[in-house]
Design a protein around this ligand. Structure first.
Ligand code: NDP
Length: 477
């Protein structure tokens, strides 16, 4: 069976029986890997190693850092098939999506290799002197990530962290640490100094908490639940640490009457159901102009029922199982709550039937009609494959409903009138708005949330800057 080790100070720690944890495939409960699990003490050792390595890596030239990051990207590509299979087995997503995730993480390393070379300063001449502004690495970073995109979301942090000259300790999700650790092993083997890349496994409340509270870490880059983010922000406050928090979402999808309904329904289904709805920018609430609501609902159902569901290792599967029993239970609870409050079940709403699905956490993509804001599904993050549809009369009403949320990560609007689209985008309270597109993620552009969806931005130049401190050097002439 595959063995997943921690990496501390350049060494892989072998697994002993007292700290071994087995990871199981959510599609069939087969054992995937044995993982070494650590404690607060491992986190402390890793932070100390990262601190020693910081002295070397922060002084390494940006050209050399770029060369090493490009080599890391190549290593990830070379090992991508193995990594993708492990990712599918531990997380459940179809192999084609796992491959895309691994290759995207390699692209991120390449992107930041180059972005790191452009850490350009400023110079200003004033009548009494000269001012120079430089940006320097913030120090040792803690990178803490969730299970839904365990490699991609880690690469969003690893790339800018190393490009900026910081070193780090990563804490992958306890229940999906395998592919993420393989990714980190490739980065470590690309030629970084010992201790620059550390990975410690173990419970978030123990290992993660140590990374947040220990004075050595100067920056916490976190993706996960809003509740965990709240805890991290409060505890990072003790030492005024830098935080970037990518948290939960509850993204609205507005469909105007003038749009191409078929295209909008396909885009909505893809963003609501892929990765079994376990995406922070998933479509969670659908608002449709009442004159097209019936037709839109029928098209959405057709899209949902076309999707092939099965073990992610089978080629041509569109949807795998959900990640865990808890995720599926929560989804069922939200669906039941909506039905109790008057929603109509248009499709799905249950497990698929058949022996192939007996052991896994499968669930059918689900479409609900007649949704309203009294339902939990319209107010809380479900993190499951459900598209609840609510009708609206005017666009003002749709925007008011869309903004009636504690979250503000992504929002989408479909309309054939670009002026309507841009005006609505300006009024929607979200870190990213898709106008006639169902994705707000681009490696070169800022990604992050408003309100309780987070603080700070990842990706693009913004991602790099979040690992840099600003210094003003004043010259008297
Ligand atoms: P969690 O917040 O439960 O866990 C995320 C990570 O934090 C895990 O590694 C976890 O460790 C660790 N952790 C838990 N408690 C602490 C603590 N006290 N201190 C430090 N670290 C801790 O999130 P999930 O894994 O359940 O991920 C799903 C959530 O992630 C959803 O809400 C989703 O919206 C959000 N997300 C946000 C994205 C964004 O970009 N805004 C993107 C993707 C997901 P362990 O695994 O051991 O519990």
């Amino acid at each position: 069976m595959h063995q997943t080790h921690m990496i501390i100070d350049g060494e892989q720690l072998s697994i002993s029986s007292h700290n071994a944890k087995t990871i199981y495939n959510p599609a069939d409960q087969e054992a995937v890997a044995v993982v070494s699990s650590g404690t607060r003490q491992h986190a402390r050792l890793a932070l100390e190693a990262a601190k020693r390595a910081f002295a070397v890596w922060s002084e390494t030239s940006s050209e050399k850092r770029a060369e090493i990051l490009h080599s890391a990207a190549e290593l990830v590509r070379e090992r991508s098939e193995t990594m993708a299979r492990l990712l599918t087995q531990e997380q459940g997503k179809p192999l084609k999506n796992a491959r895309a995730e691994i290759l995207s993480s390699a692209d991120i390393l390449d992107y930041y290799a180059e972005e790191g070379r452009r850490n350009i300063g400023e110079w200003l001449a004033t009548h009494r002197g000269r001012s120079i502004v430089i940006r320097q690495p913030v120090g040792v970073a803690a990178l803490i990530t969730p299970w839904n995109y365990p490699v991609d979301l880690l690469s969003w942090k690893v790339g800018p962290c190393l490009a900026a000259g910081c070193t780090f300790v990563a804490k992958p999700p306890s229940r999906a640490p395998v592919a993420a650790t393989e990714f980190l092993r490739a980065v470590h083997e690309a030629g970084l100094p010992a201790g620059a890349v550390n990975v410690v496994h173990g419970p978030g409340e123990e290992v993660g908490a140590e990374l947040v509270e220990n004075p050595i870490s100067r920056k916490i880059a976190f993706t996960g639940q809003t509740e965990t983010g709240r805890w991290i922000m409060a505890h990072a406050a003790d030492r005024i640490k830098r935080v970037s928090l990518e948290l939960g979402g509850n993204s609205p999808f507005i469909v105007c009457a003038d749009t191409d309904i078929e295209k909008a329904a396909a885009a909505c289904a893809q963003r609501a159901f892929s990765n079994m709805g376990q995406i922070c920018i998933s479509v969670n609430r659908v608002y449709v102009a009442e004159e097209i609501a019936e037709e839109f609902g029928e098209l959405l159902v057709r899209q949902a029922e076309r999707l092939r569901i099965g073990n992610g290792l089978e080629e041509n599967v569109d949807l795998g199982p959900m990640f865990s029993r808890e995720q599926r239970s929560r989804t069922k609870e939200h669906v039941a709550d909506a039905l109790n409050k008057g929603a109509e079940l248009l499709s799905g709403g249950r497990e698929p039937e058949g022996e192939a699905f007996d052991k896994g956490y499968f669930f059918l993509p689900t479409v609900l009609g007649g949704a309203d804001h009294s339902m939990r599904i319209m107010r809380e993050e479900t993190f499951g494959p459900v598209a609840p549809v609510m009708r609206f009369k005017t666009l003002d009403e749709a925007i008011r409903l869309a903004n009636d949320s504690n979250y503000g990560l992504a929002a989408y609007i479909y309309t054939s009138d670009i002026t309507t689209g841009i005006r609505a985008a300006e009024r929607l309270e979200a870190g990213g708005v898709g106008v006639n597109i169902n994705n707000v993620m681009d490696h070169q552009m800022p990604f992050g949330g408003w309100k309780e969806s987070g603080i700070g931005r990842e990706l693009g130049l913004y991602g790099l800057q979040s690992f840099l401190e600003i210094k003003h050097i004043r010259l008297g002439l």
